[in-house]
Ligand binder design. Structure first.
Ligand code: FEO
Ligand code: CA
Ligand code: CA
Length: 717
């Protein structure tokens, strides 16, 4: 929203910040003119000049560090409280009965209940007219992803599987409806928030929802299915992990672990060309499907279930009589208009197909292209950037999904190469660029639709840098710098370490995850000349995660101590103030602590030094020079929350005034299913959160507030 629309009474954290900075007299004319606050991408964004750094506000963490722990509860600092907002199975429509959490709840009711595994989310303020308003905090629509399921607790006695087949269709239907997205209205009451259970705006988008395919791959022969012989539609969204948003008030949900749901037996290989096999292998399309959905249905011909079979079962040449191309209709960024339930969500194919973690917007400046940063979350995969062809016109703010057609269907996709000297290049993934053409020996690309459907193969050809599992990104509203977590990588090849992924070590306490890049790190970069559309950037490693007592030469390179050590960074979110939130999803430090949320006051790219990172495998050693940001201190990085047993902390959204933080406790007790587990014996469950007692565990969105009503995490000083 342009600066001229700011109210005189501060209604958002951004307004308060603007007033504070104006009083200091630091806002220079050129910066004020470039000011474009909206939705967490803020006002002083990124001219890249030193003026911006000079104007950054001073922050002071306003809480005492929470200690690490293994209890089945959510720990917060003194002076903070949380409230349950939306847990698995909660009704989101009038007339839907309360969730029994016994597995007995009727399957089809999940079309009007919260799904499972709450993940990425965003708060869209709503004004009195029911329209999006980025400055409203008291009322809003919360969009919440439901990435996956803990099937152990979804049915009376786990999944019913007989001879490798799902024999109870209603169980499969319930699971298909428990994935996707919830849109729910929330209102502030007594300082915190309440779910408006009967709001007419509440809705679910699931694996069953009709979705349009949009952009360059729409209508491609690669998209033809029995469901849509024109290749312009598909059914449902899946693996909705992290998210993004747009300056026109829509939500982006991102499809991550979709490939594993498809069945494609080995016998299908004989029906495929060598080129098709290259593509299928690159996207791991093989096996029986992780939930065996394709095996449900009385005769194997009920499309609700058979669509999960990606093998060639029909006789057509183009795939219009089976679902061999169905996997090509997943793996996208999907745009949802929270304020317009009448318009179908759209899969935005210009942003490429891979294991999309999320899509994080860069600064929004009138007359400049819009950008979104993205990661493909798998070991050794890439970081991507999409740059719109059209320049941003503030008149499009609030236009909803129709503005998406303008900005998200036309643009350039890039993959990142991180050079050893701290520079980086964005490699364009367009037909005819960077070896991406019909003469490519490993995969001849036919056209741009082929490039986008097979973006991983295009990035291979371009020579992008293989990263240690890109998870979330976030853009610093104070200077436009981009942060991305590289969660961990036990598969990193010791002989293929590089400056951006330099660590390799062993940690005997970390079990099977205790080799390679055991604890993960956070990389960050600054676009050349502060222009988000630039093709060059400079980078450093913001933080290396580690145990506090790990070796300072090869593991604890960022100087973490007991107040701020962590492992496997995953979720990220920048508050308008420039405070960075870091969430973990850890498999390595779990002997010491459950997953956590930390708050950081980051500096900027280049605020540290070049370091020798010493990596060891057996008696081999490698010394790799890497740009590393300033070491953390207890004043710049502090643990804010520790979660329940066997959960990950994920999903972050904030009210525009910075006084409420929405966080997801995902899959508590998820690995309950091992030796000795008996659904009839609650004492064999690993977690009972949130209800306690003998209850089955549930994923849930909580909302955190400060007891005195102040901003969460840090105060401006
Ligand atoms: Fe769904 Fe990569 O976390
Ligand atoms: Ca994640
Ligand atoms: Ca993760």
């Amino acid at each position: 929203m342009p600066k001229t629309q700011h109210c005189t009474t501060p209604t958002s954290f951004d307004d308060i910040l603007q007033q504070r900075l104006s009083r200091r007299g630091l806002l220079k004319g050129s910066l004020a003119a470039a000011s474009t606050s909206y939705l967490g991408v803020g006002s002083l964004a990124a001219s890249g000049s030193s003026d911006v750094h000079a104007a950054a506000p001073k922050l002071r963490l306003n809480f005492k560090a929470v200690t690490k722990g293994l209890d089945d509860l959510v720990r917060l600092p003194a002076g903070y409280s949380y409230k349950m907002l939306l847990a698995t199975g909660d009704p989101i429509a009038a007339g839907i009965p309360a969730y029994t959490n016994t597995g007995a709840d009727e399957a089809s009711s999940f079309a009007r209940r919260a799904g499972d595994h709450n993940d990425g989310m965003h708060f869209f303020g709503m004004n009195a007219k029911g329209r999006w308003d980025a400055k409203v905090s008291d009322r809003g629509l919360l969009c919440v992803n439901h990435e996956a399921i803990t099937s152990t607790f979804l049915h009376p006695n786990g999944q019913t599987i007989v001879e490798g087949k799902r024999t109870v269709d209603s169980e499969v239907l319930k699971e298909m409806l428990a994935h996707g997205v919830s849109v729910v209205e929330v209102r502030r009451k007594a300082g915190t928030y309440e779910l408006q259970t009967d709001s007419p705006r509440n809705r679910r988008i699931t694996t069953m929802t009709e979705i349009e395919i949009s952009g360059p791959a729409a209508g491609s022969p690669l998209m033809i299915t029995r469901y849509s012989p024109t290749g312009k539609r598909t059914r449902g969204t899946l693996g909705n992990c992290a998210n993004g948003h747009t300056p026109w008030g829509t939500y982006l949900t991102c499809e991550e672990n979709w490939a594993g749901y498809f069945r494609r037996p080995a016998a299908d290989d004989a029906k495929r060309s060598a080129q098709q096999l290259t593509a299928l292998k690159r996207y791991n399309l093989a096996g029986n499907g992780r939930e065996l959905w394709a095996t449900a249905g009385p005769d194997g011909n009920d499309q609700r279930f058979s669509r999960w079979d990606a093998s060639v079962t029909g006789t057509s040449a183009d795939g219009s009589d089976d679902f061999r191309h169905a996997p090509n209709t997943f793996g996208w960024v999907v745009e949802i208009d929270p304020f317009n339930p009448d318009v179908a969500p759209k899969k935005r194919t210009a942003l490429g197909r891979f294991a999309h973690e999320g899509a994080w917007p860069g600064p929004v400046r009138p007359g400049q292209p819009l950008v979104w940063y993205m990661g493909c979350d798998a070991r050794g995969e890439y970081i991507y950037k999409f740059v719109s062809a059209k320049a941003w016109d503030p008149a499009d703010a609030g236009k909803g999904i129709s503005a998406g057609d303008k900005y998200l269907d036309d643009g350039r996709l890039y993959a990142a190469r991180f050079n050893a000297d701290g520079s980086g290049d964005w490699l364009e993934l367009s037909l005819g660029q960077n070896n991406i053409d019909s003469k490519n020996a490993s995969y001849p690309f036919a056209n741009q639709a082929d490039v986008l459907v097979h973006a991983r193969l295009a990035a291979d050809s371009a020579g992008a840098t293989k990263m240690d599992r890109p998870e979330w990104g976030a853009v610093n509203p104070q200077n436009g710098e981009v942060y991305m977590t590289l969660t961990y990588n036990p598969s990193r090849d010791f002989n293929k370490l590089d400056a951006a992924n330099p660590r390799f070590y062993t940690d005997s306490k970390a079990g099977k995850q205790g080799r390679g890049n055991v604890n993960g790190h956070i990389i960050r970069w600054a676009e050349h000349d502060g222009q988000q559309g630039a093709t060059r950037f400079n980078w450093d490693v913001f933080l290396f995660a580690a145990r506090e007592n790990a070796d300072r030469n090869n593991v604890n390179l960022s100087g973490l101590d007991a107040s701020n050590d962590f492992s496997s960074p995953d979720g990220l979110w920048f508050s308008q103030s420039g405070l960075l939130w870091i969430e973990t999803d850890d498999n390595a430090y779990t002997d010491t602590s459950n997953c956590m949320l930390l708050a950081a006051i980051p500096g900027a790219v280049g605020d540290g030094t070049q370091r020798e990172v010493i990596s060891r495998e057996g008696d081999q050693q490698k010394n790799i020079r890497t740009p590393v940001g300033a070491e953390a201190t207890p004043d710049t990085l502090r643990r804010f929350l520790v979660g329940t047993v066997d959960c990950e902390i994920t999903g972050l959204a904030e009210s525009p005034d910075g006084k409420a933080l929405f966080v997801n406790i995902q899959h508590p007790g998820e690995t309950t299913n091992g030796k000795g587990f008996d659904i009839a014996k609650p004492n064999t469950y690993l977690s009972h959160w949130p209800a306690g007692g003998d209850a089955r565990p549930r994923s849930a969105t909580i909302v955190i507030t400060r007891d005195d009503g102040g901003p969460i995490g840090a105060d401006l000083v």
